[in-house]
Structures are given as structure tokens and as C-alpha cells.
Design a protein around this ligand. Structure first.
Ligand code: FAD
Length: 397
């Protein structure tokens, strides 16, 4: 068993394989030299210097997992069952691809001093002195990472401007009416949010916007999204979806024998939502590996029918002093039901499809999230009027 990528999904695959009784060898290959670590703290405690690192508490030796770090996998020959790596070829019987995602860079910004990304521990360590020095920072992108970085930078005492191409934060994730109150969070936290802004140029002194505005900054942080880290699969015959993700099937198998794909690098067909999903969130990198392990171990036993992966996606974000959680998956046509006042500290939004709850966003209402997640799993129908009343527990709506 060879696992490529020693992030959350790769590590959890190794753990799940042992938990589910895999007795063969397990080799975990990772490009980064650091002991495998968790990413969410990078935009929170690690950035602020409140935690030194976020290494996983996993004893690889005790698990019988061989860890090879600082090794980049560069190619895959599925016929010969062999990987090409920076330290030579590696054969496999079963392969799990868990190479995650890599941040999208801003054209023209690569190599410009003072321009940062935030994906790796090295990125976070480079950004720590920026925060500690209370520097003036411009963030490009008002998505999840941009908002979390802006929050940490303000908490450290930096002057922060966030530049966003769309007319609102989180434009790719949430409808305008849900994102509208979130724009106010930036101002309340002392962050200047500039929407509808196109970056024309980046240099050591900051940004030039399309309308000629110059934004001076000692550091520019680019948070404009991430794409699956699958470039190394070119020519391997492993099928990719249009978004570059590995097009896994409902059992998280890739299109080659005994090859699986999981985490940020893989999409899967969701019968629950009637579409292929690419989920770039932590919980998916925790749950998916359990399905992979079940299928790897089960496929070696008689009468195994396969374990299907069709989760209710979940994620959280900590931004501007708020705890934001989302469960499920919504489409533009789904009906929105508000629970509570979006100008207040705590509120939720439900998305209903033919009366059934399909997704929920909770701001400071973790109980709504916990109950909503179960209701989504059950495909429960809600009474609109009761769901809109925040004093009625969601499970009773
Ligand atoms: P990754 O964590 O990207 O791990 C993949 C690993 O594979 C990497 O270490 C990479 O170096 C390695 N690799 C890539 N290519 C190769 C190769 N060719 N050869 C060898 N190794 C390779 N999610 C939430 O739900 N809530 C949060 O609050 C949250 N906060 C986040 C904050 C930050 C700063 C970031 C970056 C992400 C955050 N996420 C959050 C998302 C979550 O961390 C990811 O969904 C999760 O890390 C995905 O795990 P993964 O193992 O699939 O990919």
C-alpha cells in the first residue's frame, strides 16, 4: 500500500487502514519535509504565534507506517504499478492518491518580494513576522482564507485592506443576500474591504488596481482559491474532471485498477445532491479515508459489495470573532429560510429543496448546525414557519 500525500487525507488513510485491519505494509510519501501537520490552525493559532505547529498526534512507527518525507511524486505508470519520485521509482500494489490542493497564484506576483500565499506551514512561518511586526497588509480575495487571515492580522494589530474582485465576500460560496451581512463584519473589525476591484499589477510596494488606485503594503497575501494538486498525473491515464480533480467513483476509486483518490485532490459523484462534488474542507479529508480503507480492506474479502461515499459535507471558519459553520450543499434554485436577524451576533440560514433541508449555514449557532446536519442526513422535511423561528429548536421544526 502506497499513499501519496502526507496531509490530513493521507495520514487518515494510513490510520483508517490499520483501524480496519489492513495488515500489509503501508508507505506514506509526502513532498513537505515537516512532520505531517494539520492545516486549519495555520490561519489561526499558528499564524498568531499562539501555537508553534500543528503536527498530527500520530505514532507512525507504532502503526507500522513507513513515512518518507521530502519526496515528491512526479509520475504514475498504472500498467507497471509504479510511481516516479524525486528519489527514484516506487512500486505499489494498491495506491491512494491524497495530494490535496495547491493555492492559485496571482498572475505576475510570483517571486515578487513581500507577496505571500497561505497553504503550508512554511507559508505561515513566513507570515508570522508580518503579524508580529504589525505591518500594513493587503489581502487579495475575500474568501474563507482571506477572511481568516484578515482576522488574525487585525488581532495582531496590523492595518488590513482586503481587495475582492466580486461585489461581495464569499461570492463563489454563498448567495448575495447571505454574504451581504458578512461584508459588515470586515468594517466592524477595522478591516477595509474593497469590492469590485481588479488587481492590475503587484510589486514590492503593494498593488495597483484596475481603476488606477495604488494600495501600499508591506505584505500582500493572496487567497484566491486552490486547485487540486494533480499536475503530476498528466499522461498517467487517470481520469480528471474539468476542474482538475481526480474523477473518483462513488467508492473513491480512480479510473485505474487498485488506485483510490481522497481529500482535496478528488471529486466524487454524490447521489444525495445529484452532482459530482469537489470538497476542499477538513471534514472531507477525515471521512473520505474511512471509505477508502473500507473498500481497500473489503475488496479482499468475499461477498463485499463496496462502501459508498456520499457524506453531508461540513466545514467551519473562524472569522471576525464569529464561528461560522456550514453543512450540506445548496444550489441556486433552493429556497432560503432565515433563522434570526443577520445584523445580530447569531443567526442561521436553511436551504430547502422541495421542503427538505439540504444545507445550513450557522453563525454562532452550533446547536442549529448539529441538529441541521442530522436532519440533512435524514432528508427531513421542515415546516418553513417553524424553521424561520430561531426560538424553535431546528429538530422540532
Ligand atoms: P493537503 O492538506 O493539501 O495535503 C496534501 C499533501 O500532499 C501536502 O502536504 C502536499 O505537500 C502533498 N503533495 C502534493 N503533491 C505531492 C506530490 N506530487 N508528491 C508528494 N506529496 C505531494 N477546512 C475547514 O473545514 N475548516 C477550516 O477552518 C480550514 N482552515 C484552513 C486553513 C488553511 C490555511 C488551509 C490551507 C486550509 C484550511 N482548511 C479548512 C481546509 C483543510 O485544511 C483541507 O481541506 C485539508 O487540509 C485537505 O487535506 P488533504 O490531505 O486532502 O490535502
Amino acid at each position: 500500500m502506497v499513499i501519496v500525500g502526507a496531509g490530513m487525507a493521507g495520514v487518515q488513510t494510513a490510520v483508517a487502514l490499520r483501524e480496519q485491519g489492513w495488515t500489509g505494509g503501508v508507505l506514506l510519501l509526502g513532498a513537505e519535509a515537516h512532520q505531517p501537520y494539520d492545516r486549519p490552525p495555520l490561519s489561526k493559532a499558528v499564524l498568531l504565534g499562539k501555537a508553534d505547529g500543528s503536527a498530527f498526534d500520530v505514532d507512525f512507527a507504532a502503526l507500522g507506517v513507513e513515512l518518507r518525507l521530502g519526496v515528491s511524486v512526479t509520475g504514475l505508470d498504472t500498467g507497471a504499478r509504479r510511481l516516479e519520485t524525486s528519489s527514484g521509482p516506487v512500486p505499489y500494489d494498491v495506491l491512494v492518491i491524497a495530494t490535496g490542493a495547491e493555492p492559485i497564484t496571482l498572475p505576475g506576483a510570483e517571486g515578487v518580494p513581500g507577496v505571500h500565499l497561505l497553504r503550508t506551514l512554511d507559508d505561515a512561518e513566513r507570515l508570522r513576522p508580518v503579524l508580529a511586526g504589525q505591518r500594513e497588509v493587503v489581502v487579495v480575495g475575500a474568501g474563507w482564507i482571506g477572511a481568516e487571515f484578515a482576522t488574525a492580522a487585525r488581532e495582531a494589530g496590523c492595518a488590513v485592506t482586503v481587495v475582492e474582485a466580486a461585489d461581495r465576500p464569499l461570492a463563489g460560496a454563498l448567495p448575495a443576500e447571505v454574504a451581504a451581512p458578512m461584508a459588515g463584519w470586515y468594517a466592524d473589525y477595522g478591516v477595509e474591504l474593497v469590492t469590485g476591484a481588479r488587481v492590475a499589477a503587484v510589486d514590492e510596494e503593494g498593488l495597483l488596481l484596475g481603476d488606477g488606485t495604488r494600495l501600499r503594503a508591506e505584505a500582500v497575501v493572496v487567497g484566491i482559491g486552490a486547485r487540486p494538486a494533480t499536475g503530476w498525473l498528466a499522461g498517467s491515464g487517470v481520469e480528471l474532471a474539468a476542474d482538475g480533480s481526480i474523477a473518483a467513483d462513488e467508492r473513491l476509486r480512480a479510473s485505474a485498477p487498485d488506485v483510490y483518490a481522497v481529500g482535496d485532490c478528488a471529486s466524487f459523484p454524490s447521489a444525495r445532491y445529484g452532482e459530482r462534488l469537489l470538497v476542499h474542507h477538513w471534514d472531507n479529508a477525515l471521512q473520505g479515508p474511512r471509505t477508502v480503507a473500507a473498500n481497500v480492506v473489503g475488496s479482499r474479502t468475499a461477498h463485499f459489495t463496496g462502501s459508498v461515499y456520499d457524506p453531508v459535507p461540513y466545514f467551519w471558519s473562524e472569522q471576525f470573532g464569529r464561528f461560522v459553520q456550514y453543512a450540506g450543499h445548496h444550489a441556486a434554485a433552493d429556497e432560503l429560510v432565515w433563522r434570526g436577524d443577520p445584523e445580530g451576533a447569531a443567526w442561521s440560514v436553511c436551504w430547502l429543496r422541495e421542503g427538505a433541508l439540504v444545507a445550513l449555514l450557522a453563525v454562532g449557532r452550533p446547536r442549529d448546525l448539529a441538529q441541521g446536519r442530522k436532519l440533512i442526513e435524514q432528508g427531513a422535511r421542515l415546516d418553513r414557519a417553524r424553521a424561520a423561528d430561531p426560538s424553535v429548536p431546528l429538530k422540532s421544526a
